[in-house]
Design a protein around this ligand. Structure first.
Ligand code: GTP
Ligand code: MG
Length: 362
């Protein structure tokens, strides 16, 4: 049986036309159930579903009152679904139900672990009239997900997979609205088929894709990068934060000097402020698993790590500039090597000691 999971939030007007379209596409050949997962919309969604149940249509409604979010709603639906194939689609009829039989066929004939209804393969597309902002949004979102998957439409909300693949998921923790990426990264989807679809714009109701969801998407991507690339991903974040710290260091130095502080004191303060600046995003982003830990001891460990890192940087730079025959005299190259060594040192000690619970918690 096919379980169609539909996350809904204020989609009452779409329930009946959507179900009608699904029935027309599947009945009588394909046995199915539809599972709506609604986040307490209180807009009449429940009445529409009850109406359908009374007509004998295999629909169910799960109402969540304690949680909100698209991905977690889909996850709940997948967990409660009874079918051996799980399908996810939006309620707003953006996804053509008519493509479902072909997606099911692809599962069989291509022996796929996952089938995506794709906008971005030959024959697929989106409705005309997408403005520049929407296009850019979609393309940037896809581009950011590229390192995670080679699937052309990794941001799709229309896909199906066998239950046995879903049941092999590891460390599932989706946030935001791109559940498919979580599936691609954390389920054993070795073979993925993409079926072209024409994506239609919604006719009723309003979009739930707001700025908060976009921020959550970035956070979701960060988590998936950490999951897939481990320490390399955290190192990149550490370096990016470190680079911003360099800018802060220089700006604060210039500002304090202008205020009349002595050069030595101004630089010492600038270093301290830059270290504190770096500490905050490292606590909540790079090493986010330790964000609950007591702040003061962790902060002091980080400051100490940075100070020792600075000594490493300084020693490497000075000894290279003085002694190395190939760098001798080229003090800026020596400084660059010193910075790289200091950064790697800082990262390794931060990972293993300053934010050490990260490794333990994992
Ligand atoms: N349960 C639940 N469903 C949600 C939530 N947010 C969005 N949805 C549903 O997820 C599907 C996709 O949301 P949309 O608002 O259509 O997002 P979109 O397709 O990116 O935006 P549109 O351009 O308006 O189509 C719809 O069926 C929504 O009702 C949520 O917080 N909880
Ligand atoms: Mg939509």
């Amino acid at each position: 049986m096919l379980s169609i999971v539909v996350p809904t939030f204020r989609e009452a007007e779409n329930i009946l036309p959507l179900v009608q379209r699904i029935r027309a596409a599947l009945e009588p050949a394909i046995p199915y159930e539809i599972v709506f997962v609604d986040d307490n919309s209180r807009d009449g969604t429940d009445e529409r579903v009850r109406e359908l149940q009374q007509q004998g249509v295999p629909v169910r409604l799960i109402v969540r009152t304690d949680e909100r979010g698209l991905s977690s709603a889909v996850l709940r639906g997948f967990c409660e679904a009874r079918g051996d194939v799980l399908l996810c689609m939006d309620a707003d009829m953006s996804h053509p139900a008519e493509a479902i039989p072909e997606m099911l066929r692809a599962l069989e004939t291509q022996q796929a672990d996952l089938v995506v209804g794709s906008r971005y393969v030959a024959g697929g597309g989106v409705e005309k009239g997408w403005g520049l902002y929407r296009w850019l949004n979609s393309l940037v979102a896809l581009w950011l997900a590229r390192p995670l998957t080679s699937v052309r439409d990794g941001g799709a909300g229309f896909y199906l997979l066998p239950r046995r693949i879903f049941e092999q998921r590891k460390d599932f923790n989706p946030i935001g609205y791109k559940m498919l990426l979580e599936v691609l990264v954390k389920c054993p989807c070795r073979k993925v088929a993409e079926i072209p679809i024409q994506f239609a714009d919604r006719k009723f109701g309003e979009s739930k894709l707001n700025f908060r969801e976009q921020l959550l998407y970035l956070l979701h991507l960060k988590r998936l990068y950490d999951y897939k690339f481990g320490r390399v991903s955290r190192f990149v974040q550490f370096c990016a934060i470190g680079a911003s710290g360099v800018v802060v260091n220089l700006l604060v130095f210039a500002g304090l000097e202008k205020m009349g502080l002595s050069q030595k004191l101004a630089y010492a303060l600038a270093i301290w402020i830059a270290m504190t600046w770096n500490y905050v995003p490292n606590r909540f982003l790079t090493f986010d698993l330790t964000a609950q830990h007591p702040i003061l001891p962790q902060y002091l460990r980080f400051v100490l790590t940075c100070l020792v890192g600075a000594v490493v940087n300084w020693s490497v730079t000075v000894s290279l500039a003085r002694e190395s025959s190939w760098l001798g005299g080229h003090v800026y190259w020596a400084a660059l090597v010193g910075i790289v060594c200091g950064t790697i040192f800082n990262f390794l000690i931060s990972h293993a000691w300053a934010f050490r619970a990260v490794t333990k918690a994992k």
